[in-house]
Design a protein around this ligand. Structure first.
Ligand code: HEM
Length: 427
């Protein structure tokens, strides 16, 4: 258990390559930022050879992440979109006969990526999302009522934060409330397989935990797909269940993978942002007061939360040809780790990068990535965080951290896991 109430970034005197692949390091955000600060200063494009993993380039500078995002014909999402250990690679190949458990947007390159993304792109545009405003406000209000009902103390990271984006994305997908806790659990098991509180217990099954979690997701969404094919509604699930690719119904793997991506990426990330934002506002009551007195700061505060928390810790790319980046020779087949939290603290781009500032402007953060794969749901995430902040500063007066805080132990998606707070309500 780690106390996050220290703002200083830890310098790591003896950096070693195992640190950047460690899930545990992300359980302590200042430690992870210390590793990235060392890399940015000493070797910003760093060839990393960590135990039990294929070697890769750790990309830690803002400009390099943008360059890679721009050159999506050179840096591909296939075949590895998240870093896998040698053992995970071996198990996946064994269990899928050389394939993968999942094939979603994050695994595709052009032309498939454009085709599949096009199916829902319009749905996620601001003009279409506008009709969700009332629903989002309602979900936020219900959660602030819950805070009121809990009295003056709660664990914000587990009692409140997950339930806002979970309810929003599940409403969008048309999944009834009774299944939300099940899908939250599956998401945590998938995205934080080594977190002691989130991981699935090893049971008697001989298949890998990853395979089991995907199977449970697929069993759930297979039923939803069947239902929406028979009785389509105006929800997003009906769009995906009935999508046609080049004139044919989409294959089952791609259809179910679409659901898994939206139902995982759509809430864990946003929940981490909400909790990370509340953590900073609790640490700095002046910024909380300024936000309340000046609601025009809601938008910049929201972007600063995404920059500061950077809940998505990395994605991978694979070089298609030999090329040069930052003066280094990248060979065909080399893996590249895009370190989003590092780019978002890059001192060359963000003045006073190590300070959380609700009025930061400009704020060209890469919390949502960059290029053709940049986050599909970013406008929805923005709406949710803005709606929450508006209501939070209106209804909550003083807020302080009342116990030990801890982050999720995951190199995929992480944010506060425990955030005990004490608060007073204004309205
Ligand atoms: C604070 C909240 C969120 C953050 C920080 C976040 C971050 C990211 C990042 C970093 C990427 C990868 C970008 C890249 O590879 O360059 C991504 C992709 C994606 N995100 Fe998000 N995301 C958030 C919320 C959401 C929501 C609410 C949804 C859906 C409802 C969503 C759906 C997706 C999808 C489908 C992709 C894959 C896009 C593609 O490969 O074309 N995300 N997100």
């Amino acid at each position: 258990v780690t106390d996050l109430n220290e703002i200083t970034i830890m310098a790591i005197p003896n950096y070693d390559d195992n640190q950047v692949v460690s899930h545990t390091i992300f359980a302590h955000d200042p430690a992870a930022q210390g590793v990235f600060a060392t890399l940015r200063a000493d070797d910003p494009l760093h060839w990393t050879v960590a135990d039990g993993h294929p070697p890769f380039w750790a990309v830690t500078k803002h400009s390099d992440l943008m360059e890679i995002g721009r050159r999506n014909d050179q840096f591909l999402n296939e075949p590895m979109s998240f870093l896998r250990s040698d053992e995970e690679i071996r198990r996946t190949q064994e269990e899928t006969s050389g394939g993968n458990y999942v094939r979603a947007l994050t695994h595709m390159d052009e032309p498939d990526h454009r085709t599949y993304r096009g199916i829902t792109q319009g749905w996620f545009m601001p003009t279409n999302l506008k009709r969700l405003e009332g629903m989002i406000d309602q979900v936020v209000a219900t959660m602030l009522d819950k805070m009121a009902a809990l009295g003056s103390e709660c664990d914000f990271a587990s009692d409140i934060a997950p339930w806002i984006p979970l309810r929003v994305i599940m409403t969008v997908l048309g999944v009834p409330d009774t299944y939300h806790p099940h899908l939250l659990k599956l998401t945590q098991e998938l995205l934080a397989p080594l977190d002691p509180h989130h991981q699935r217990a090893v049971g008697a099954s001989t298949t890998s935990i990853r395979a089991q979690v995907f199977k449970d997701f697929y069993d759930f969404f297979r039923e939803l797909v069947a239902e929406r094919r028979i009785r389509p509604t105006d929800d997003l699930s009906s769009v995906i269940a009935n999508m046609q690719i080049n004139g044919h119904p989409a294959p089952e793997l791609e259809t179910l993978s679409y659901f898994v991506t939206l139902s995982t990426a759509g809430h864990d990330t946003t929940a981490s942002s909400l909790a990370g934002g509340v953590l900073e506002l609790a640490r700095d009551p002046n910024q909380m007061t300024r936000l309340r007195d000046n609601p025009a700061l809601i938008n910049s505060a929201t972007e600063e939360i995404f920059r500061w928390v950077s809940p998505v810790k990395h994605f991978m790319r694979t070089a298609k040809f030999d090329c040069v980046l930052r003066g280094k020779e990248i060979r065909k087949g080399d893996l590249m780790m895009l370190c989003f939290p590092s780019a978002n603290r890059d001192e060359e781009v963000f003045p006073d990068a190590g300070a959380f500032k609700i009025d930061r402007s400009p704020n060209r953060h890469l919390g949502f990535g960059f290029g053709v794969h940049s986050c599909l749901g970013q406008n929805l995430a923005r709406m949710e965080v803005r709606a929450f902040l508006k209501e939070f500063v209106r209804r909550v007066g003083r807020v302080q951290i009342s116990g030990v805080t801890e982050y999720v132990n995951s190199r995929a998606v992480s944010g506060p896991k425990f955030l005990p707070i004490r608060y007073s309500l204004r309205a």
